[in-house]
Write a protein that binds this ligand. Structure first.
Ligand code: ZN
Length: 200
């Protein structure tokens, strides 16, 4: 953009801001504003408080698997489709207990969360052949956790070229399969997908 251009150039509801627009800020970065993301950030479906009674990850196991989009129930943790997926097959591994961070999890819970994360990778490999994964936990709202009160590990399958400007410019994240159909395929493959060969 040139110096005499308007500071905000609208692209749909996203806008690119000229670098010098903020006084004192580094000038080497443009900012791509995506106000529609506030629907998520502002928490349209977020719990009103951090109590178990408001918590979707406490409520889900009390519902049926298909209704709640639960893929697998373990002893201390379960696996559920993310309602706001970054990608096809985006799973969350949650302990049943309403704890907010990994530091509060018992040894048995820590072990099972990791075991279910690894199994999720194996099952997703068998079902949708991703070329990579992102695994991670966001601790605290400042750390990016949408539901900060209840620990959840993200397992996000990745394909070459899946990261693009569609979510920003098009206001849509292309997820080519409905969540219920994804759940059925992943749940159906949970017991039969091949395990990765490894040391006992
Ligand atoms: Zn909870």
């Amino acid at each position: 953009m040139t110096d005499d251009a308007a500071p905000m150039a609208p692209i749909g509801r996203a806008s690119i801001e000229d670098p010098p627009y903020h006084e004192g800020a580094p000038e080497s970065f443009q900012r791509l504003w995506t106000p529609h993301r506030m629907v998520y950030i502002g928490g349209a479906d977020k719990p009103k408080d951090s109590t178990p009674g408001q918590c979707p990850f406490c409520a889900a196991p009390g519902r049926g698997d298909e209704d709640a989009l639960i893929v697998h129930r373990g002893e201390r943790a379960y696996v559920i489709m993310n309602l706001y997926p970054y990608n096809t097959g985006h799973l969350l591994v949650c302990p049943y207990r309403h704890i907010s961070e990994l530091t509060e999890a018992s040894d048995a819970e820590r072990l099972e969360i990791i075991q279910l994360s690894a199994r999720s990778m194996e099952v997703l490999r068998a079902v949708c052949r991703p070329q990579g994964f992102n695994l991670g936990m966001n601790a605290g709202e400042t750390g990016g956790a949408g539901i900060a009160a209840h620990l959840h590990q993200h397992v996000v399958p990745r394909w070459t070229g899946d990261a693009n400007f569609m979510p920003i410019i098009g206001r849509a994240k292309p997820v080519p399969q409905l969540l219920g159909d994804q759940r059925d395929m992943i749940a159906g493959a949970w017991d039969s997908a091949p395990a990765t060969p490894r040391e006992p």
